[in-house]
Design a protein around this ligand. Sequence first.
Ligand SMILES: [Zn+2]
Length: 272
Amino acid sequence: MYDFSRCKLCTEKSGVPTYKLKDSTVYACDSCGFHYINHLDTMPSESPDEADSPLTQKAWDFIEGKLIPNGKQLRKNLRIVQEFSRLSEAQCLDIGAGAGLFSSLLSEEGASVYGIEPQRVFREFAQKKFDIALNAETIDDAFWQKGFADFFDVVTLWDVLEHVNFPTETLKEAYRVIRPGGRLFLDTPCRDSFVYKISEWSYRLSKGTNPLLLGSLYSPKPFRHKQIFSLDQLVQLVESIGYTVVRANYSPLKPQNKIVLVCQKPDGAHNE
Ligand SMILES: [Zn+2]
């Protein structure tokens, strides 16, 4: 059991339960100011020979219905990747590939694509819809860490960092599989957003009875949001791991309110 008084970002024992929501508590770190909830996911333990496919018609319709709204954002993300990396013949890894749409976009551009998706229902969808085989092994697995060290030209983490149990580890594990000179692209919600700040004020003024959107920004349900970075926290974190930040975007006025980072593993950087 993880001791949530230990900050998930700076690892100091400075985490203080600060916002008590309906089904979780947001901890704020006294040392570094990081915000995270008191919940970790357990990875699904499915055996591949499990008889019943989770991809029912209902699940198929649900996932397919999400592809169109998600597709707009992912096509924008594809253009960001193309600004920095030539995709034809590039080796790409999409971590948190979901239904496989971004992987299929990369593939259309001529890239060799690997994708990681822990939920079997999405992997089966990606296989049937896009003919893309996603991997169940998460990025910490020796399959990637040993088999693909210094390998990828492009690694993407679209909407992933807010979902994983330990974002620092995920960023380090991604670093190891990127080749020197290769790039990491990511987006994640931003705590500098107006919505977040207003929700904090509302929580305090109402003595906890009205947290506005804090309750929907965080959730202990599986694979939901567990932490939300400020732009400065995230930039400092990736730099401490060894990445060079090539671009850091955050626009507080945009409705999506996400951080977009483009990072590079320096030329000549090798794993120990
Ligand atoms: Zn901290």
